[in-house]
Design a protein around this ligand. Structure first.
Ligand SMILES: Nc1nc2c(ncn2[C@@H]2O[C@H](COP(=O)(O)OP(=O)(O)OP(=O)(O)O)[C@@H](O)[C@H]2O)c(=O)[nH]1
Ligand SMILES: [Mg+2]
Length: 316
């Protein structure tokens, strides 16, 4: 399956949620303009699909003056929505690059993964390792989730699967000390990329957020402009709670970008649009499955089309 088909299939539940309520607005179709009452219903449908109030009202406003070529059909409406969404998402389309924000040639690029429990950090670490290995980079992973023995084993499993060295310590050990040692070892190995997996922490647990701040301070002692990428991994199935998570982690971890996972199993993919609007941080990648190749670069147009159930290759 091509990655685009995977994305469209993965976002099927989300696109059904976006479009099914729209097709229920029967008086919408068959005319050349959308009437005011229907515009309001569209706005509500978009809010219910997790796109957020601000985006929903902007899109509704744009549709008010929208010139359809002929009658409004369900497909024409989807196309109009896809165009609007593309415009909203384009500013956050920024693939994760090792070059743009990288340290000088030969330096180590440090990627830190943070987020609440179970959001997909460890899986994303493994998927990223697979990707960079595939690009011929030398990758090292660090198991800075020292809370759970299973977490260390889980990352070690990804290490075996992706042929990547994993630096780990004792369960219950100091995560910041582990990160410190991981940078030393990755440098000694002449690695290009170090991916640091951290423990899941709820954003309202201040002692855990303080531990995260300490990990970052210690990383900076080694390399002042590291972590070069401080990525929050958000579970796409939680919907609006992702907004609260963003706010808390932004304060502690100086986030540089987002990865949004589990979009394959949820009807809440609209949250990606709300996050893009509210925070304007790059959405580097989206997770649409549990396999090593189920992490895809976020591209605004493809995502927008998939979110309304259209294939960007055959439409528009
Ligand atoms: N369907 C699907 N499942 C995913 C995706 N990403 C992660 N998962 C699954 O979600 C579960 C949790 O993923 P982990 O990577 O362990 O999450 P984590 O953030 O490391 O969890 P903690 O370390 O406990 O905080 C696992 O069963 C993963 O296989 C995705 O994009 N799609
Ligand atoms: Mg984990």
């Amino acid at each position: 399956m091509s990655w685009l088909k995977k994305l469209t299939a993965g976002l099927k539940k989300s696109s059904e949620k976006v479009t099914s309520s729209l097709s229920g607005i029967s008086r919408l179709f068959g005319k050349e303009k959308i009437d005011a009452a229907s515009i309001e219903e569209i706005e509500e449908a978009l809010i219910l699909a997790d796109l957020g109030v601000s985006v929903a009202s902007d899109i509704a406003e744009a549709l008010r003056g929208y010139k359809f070529a002929g009658e409004v059909t369900p497909e024409a409406l989807r196309l109009a929505l896809a165009d609007q969404l593309t415009g909203i998402l384009l500013p956050v389309e920024k693939p994760l690059g090792l070059t743009q924000d990288s340290p000088p040639a030969g330096g180590l690029h440090v990627i830190l993964l943070v987020g609440v429990n179970g959001s997909g950090k460890t899986t994303t670490a493994g998927k990223l390792a697979a990707r960079f290995q595939g690009e011929g980079k030398k990758v090292v992973m660090a198991a800075a989730d020292t809370f759970r023995a299973a977490a260390i084993e889980q990352l070690a499993g990804w290490g075996v699967r992706t042929d990547t060295k994993v630096i780990s310590g004792e369960r219950g050990g100091d995560a910041a000390a582990l990160a410190f040692r991981a940078i030393d070892e990755a440098r000694a190995d002449n690695a290009d990329v170090l991916i640091i997996d951290t423990a899941g922490r709820l954003q309202n647990r201040s002692e855990l957020m303080e531990e995260l701040a300490k990990i970052i301070r210690v990383i900076k002692k080694q390399i002042p402009d590291a972590p070069h990428d401080s990525l929050i991994v958000l579970d796409g199935t939680v919907g609006q709670n992702a907004i609260a998570q963003m706010k808390a982690f932004q304060q502690t971890a100086a986030l540089t970008g987002m990865v949004i996972t589990k979009l394959d199993g949820t009807a809440k993919g609209g949250i990606v649009v709300a996050l893009a609007r509210e925070f304007g941080l790059p959405v580097h990648m989206v997770g649409v499955g549990e396999g090593a190749d189920d992490l895809q670069d976020f591209t605004a147009r493809d995502f927008a089309y998939a979110l309304v159930g259209l294939d960007p290759e055959t439409t528009g």
